[in-house]
Write a protein that binds this ligand. Structure first.
Ligand code: PEP
Ligand code: MG
Length: 896
């Protein structure tokens, strides 16, 4: 019977991850499936939330734990910490979303001075009992009692060195009893109290420590990175211990139902004889490949492979499993839908569809745009003659180049200064997380494909080579040495190939990935390219949102088309006024007479006409939305300070500056604005700079004529930026139509371009109903709409307080990265609804940065936007996310 806070494994199912945590829910599921799961119970996340809110666990919790423990003891026939043959339990964290290694775990709860002897006797293995007790005092001491872990490690290292032992297996009973004594003395010294002997006190302390670890530094860092809300809390599973360190007929391992690197079917994982799970994950001892178990214990291997098959067909996905063999008996300790590389995600998706296991909609829910982006990152060119510095296990694919760092603090410091770094460690632990986040790649000397470094790097999509045993790493000395004697010092640049598992000295050249080659050329090839191609084909059939590109050169337009754009949703024209053309704009700004102005505009006209003609040719047959000039004019003039210094220097040398320089400086001062973002820009320029609109529109119209005469199918559209009131749009639109008529009459051809507006000011959104009848389309400029809704300038905010807001959790994610649904999003929704009500055939798009952001794309789908327009490189991922939105995938939950 379910209590208020605690649930037996037999009481739940995998649907209950929010309450039981992923681990608790999956243990319940496996218990229901009849797999050999050691019995136990789960304390729900709601108990943790009470603890986080009030600082104390709910009053009922103690009694409920006692009841469930009594039931567990009865089912096993042994009681917690009983002096003869004790029941021991593990106490583990388990949040709704996987946070591997980020919170605390305490094993062997129930051991004390008496039960350690009982355990030794009952199992006939003294060494194993004392080793377990040693682990408990160490783990409990650090996680529950807050003792500095280095104090325990120092004792172990000192004793190992004295005995010349390579690892803990070299420590005998006498050593271990001595270690336990020393550990307990450390606890006494550090806390002023004895290590608790009461097993129930141990259990209660361990549960609270797990609750507390939800707010530990590494858990918080991880949540921020993965956008996991801070208020979910963790569940706690309490499970009867089984022992992989019970001798040579025992062991522990991690198994995957498929290769998490490539998605290939087959049994895959690591096995470590005579060890506990933490030894595999920490990488302190090198594991054997799982296939080795077949030779060591064929019966256990056969059962394991059968359970793996059963789990994959039940979960209909790649699962990873932690298991333990205790004296020949196989136990499954946990399972979850396994983390995988981007390549594996696409390949597994296709494989499962082909096997008839899942539908395409489900397959779409299992990959995301971020993973597709990863597959487009460049790879190293053929390594040629370069001799690798080290070989290791290819734990997380990709190519990365950076300066070697050995310390986490150094990694974060250098990365914050804009440097690319590669973190090199013996092995990683959760404390290294900030360094892993900061680094381009992680290289470890020890550990297998399921070590902490490998699992976390794969989850983050970071390049990782682990277990590079031929690399002699000297952290303190700040150097590492390859097998051939090559020495690499901290700060030296290396290249890390996570696909091949190799590290090279120096920066190797990069080439486009196979997926990028496919996107560029359409050439399909077996493996990941075929899988991606099939997903994108499917996505294009499923999505409702049309996908266009932001492009303002013919070259970008052509690439966008290859990447799947169905037109250009935003062609910014300001870039056409820069570079060699800047002096012409300067002339326009400095013009004092109509004739001067006319002259300057006439010089710009043919240049723009050519640009538009080329872009219309590249996008022949598809819409090209050209936005009239937007930025404030001072952006086309020299910097104010540079100009002032120049004049002052001339005068200091007793020379009179050139009149042109003086005029330019006067113009800079005249155009200076306290707040240019809110000043003379956008449609306001069109209304105040004589001749500007006419010239731009004439260039567009004449480009259309040129393309028509060349037999093309030009589809130019004209977009007016920064409109706040329909009156602005009405006046400019009249002028646009007048000029197009003129061009058409002169050419003897009808030149018609739809005219629309950007919606990028709150007032435009709020009055969308009155603007819509004058606009053929709306395009949300969510960059400016975010700035003006929040009342902040993006550049200023990013340079000053935005990082602090994210750090303190005031914002979960930057509103410039992902649409602020509650504020900006509300304006978008309102403008869509009221715009459409006023004009049912209104086309509505988004062309701000958010159009390429997965979570925002799902929002735009939801509110009924027609098209997205984003940078060409973000198009493949936008196509995929638009399809995922149409298939009903919850982007936020899925991206974790
Ligand atoms: C926008 O404001 O979202 C937009 C696309 O315009 P720009 O970024 O050019 O201001
Ligand atoms: Mg804008």
């Amino acid at each position: 019977m379910a209590g208020a806070y605690v649930y037996d494994f037999s009481e739940g199912s995998r649907e209950q991850a929010a309450l039981l945590g992923g681990k608790g829910a999956n243990l319940a599921e496996m218990t229901r499936l009849g797999l050999p799961v050691p019995p136990g119970f789960t304390i729900g996340t709601d108990a943790c939330r009470v603890f986080l809110r009030t600082g104390a666990p709910p009053a009922e919790l103690e009694g409920e734990i006692a009841d469930h423990l009594a039931r567990l003891e009865a089912s096993i026939g042994r009681s917690l910490g009983r002096p003869d043959d004790p029941l021991l339990v593990s106490v583990r964290s388990g949040a709704r979303f996987s946070m591997p290694g980020m919170m605390d775990t305490i094993l062997d709860v129930g051991l004390n001075d008496a039960s350690v002897l009982g355990l030794a006797k009952a199992r006939g293995r003294e060494r194993f009992a004392w080793d377990s007790y040693r682990r408990l005092v160490q783990m409990y001491g650090t996680t529950v009692l807050g003792v500095n872990p280095a104090r325990f490690e120092d004792v172990l290292t000192r004793r190992r060195l004295r005995l010349g032992a390579a690892d803990d297996l070299g420590l005998d009973v006498r050593e271990l009893t001595g270690i336990v004594d020393e550990f307990r003395a450390i606890v006494r010294e550090d806390t002023g109290e004895e290590f608790p002997q009461d097993p129930r006190e141990q259990l209660a302390g361990a549960v609270l420590a797990v609750f507390r670890s939800w707010n530990g530094e590494r858990a918080r860092v991880y949540r921020r990175r993965e956008h996991i809300p801070d208020d979910l809390g963790t569940a706690v599973t309490v499970q009867a211990m089984v022992f992989g360190n019970s001798g040579p007929d025992s062991g522990t391992g991690v198994a995957f139902t498929r290769d998490p690197g490539t998605g290939r079917a087959g049994v895959y994982g690591d096995y470590l004889p005579d060890a506990q799970g933490e030894d595999v994950v920490s990488g302190v001892r090198d594991a054997l490949p799982l296939q080795a178990l077949e030779g060591l214990d064929p019966a256990a291997y056969a059962r394991l492979t059968e359970y793996l098959r059963q789990l994959e067909s039940h979960y209909r996905d790649l699962c990873d499993v932690e298991f333990t063999i205790e004296r020949g008996r196989l136990w499954i300790l946990q399972t979850r839908v396994g983390k995988r590389t981007a390549e594996a995600a696409f390949r597994i998706g296709c494989a499962l569809v082909d096997e008839g296991t899942i539908t395409w909609s489900e397959a779409l829910s299992r990959v995301d745009g971020g993973q597709l982006d990863q597959l487009t990152f460049p790879r190293f060119d053929a390594h040629g003659d370069a001799a690798p510095l080290a070989h290791g296990i290819p734990a997380s694919p990709g190519a990365a180049v950076g300066a070697v760092v050995f310390e986490v603090a150094e990694a974060t410091r250098r990365a914050a200064a804009g440097e690319r770094v590669v973190l090199v460690r013996h092995e990683t632990s959760p404390d290294d997380l900030p360094g892993m986040i900061a680094a381009e790649a992680v290289v470890t000397g020890r550990g297998g494909k399921t070590s902490h470094a490998a699992v976390v790097a794969r989850g983050m999509g970071k390049v990782c080579v682990c277990g590079a045993a031929d690399l002699d790493i000297d952290i303190e000395g700040g150097r590492c040495t390859g097998a051939d004697g090559t020495v690499v010092e901290a700060g030296d640049v290396v290249s890390v190939d996570g696909t091949a598992g190799t590290v090279y000295v120096g920066a190797l050249p990069l080439v486009p990935s196979a997926v990028t080659r496919y996107l560029e050329t359409g050439a399909r090839s077996a493996g990941v390219v075929e899988a991606v191609a099939r997903f994108l084909d499917r996505a294009d059939q499923v999505r409702r949102l049309q996908v266009m590109a932001n492009a303002d050169t013919a070259e970008d337009a052509a690439r966008a088309r290859r990447f799947g754009a169905r037109g250009i949703g935003l062609c910014r024209t300001e870039h056409m006024f820069l570079g060699a053309r800047r002096p012409l704009v300067e002339d326009l700004i400095l013009a004092r007479t109509d004739a001067d102005r006319r002259h300057a505009l006439d010089a710009l006209l043919p240049l723009q006409r050519e640009d538009f003609t080329d872009i219309l040719a590249a996008m022949d047959g598809l819409p090209v939305t050209i936005r009239l000039l937007d930025p404030p004019l001072h952006e086309f003039l020299p910097d104010h300070t540079d100009s002032a210094v120049r004049l002052a220097r001339m005068r200091a040398m007793g020379r009179e500056p050139a009149p042109h320089d003086v005029h330019v400086h006067e113009a800079i001062e005249r155009l200076h604005e306290a707040n240019p973002m809110l000043g003379l820009r956008g449609v306001r320029l069109a209304l105040t700079v004589p001749g500007l609109v006419a010239t731009q529109v004439r260039a567009i119209g004449e480009a259309v004529v040129a393309r028509l005469r060349a037999g093309g199918d030009p589809r130019a559209e004209i977009m007016i930026p920064l409109v706040a009131t329909v009156e602005e749009l009405r006046v400019v639109r009249e002028e646009v139509e007048r000029v197009l008529d003129e061009v058409g009459r002169a050419a003897g051809l009808p030149v018609r371009c739809p005219v629309g507006t950007m919606i990028e000011l709150p007032r435009a959104a709020l009055t969308a109903g009155s603007i819509a009848p004058t606009a053929d389309f709306f395009s949300f400029g969510t960059n400016d709409l975010t700035q003006t809704t929040w009342g902040l300038s993006r550049d200023d905010a990013e340079a000053s307080f935005l990082a602090a807001y994210l750090e303190r959790g005031i914002l979960a994610v930057s509103p410039f990265e992902s649409i602020d649904r509650d504020g900006v999003g509300r304006l978008v929704r309102l403008a869509v609804d009221e715009g459409r009500r006023a004009r049912p055939d209104l086309r509505i798009g988004v062309c701000g940065e958010h159009a390429g952001d997965p979570a925002s794309i799902h929002f735009f789908h939801e509110v009924g936007v027609d098209y997205l327009s984003c940078s060409p490189f973000r198009l493949p991922s936008a196509r995929l996310e638009a399809a995922r939105a149409a298939a009903g995938t919850d982007a936020e939950a899925d991206s974790r």
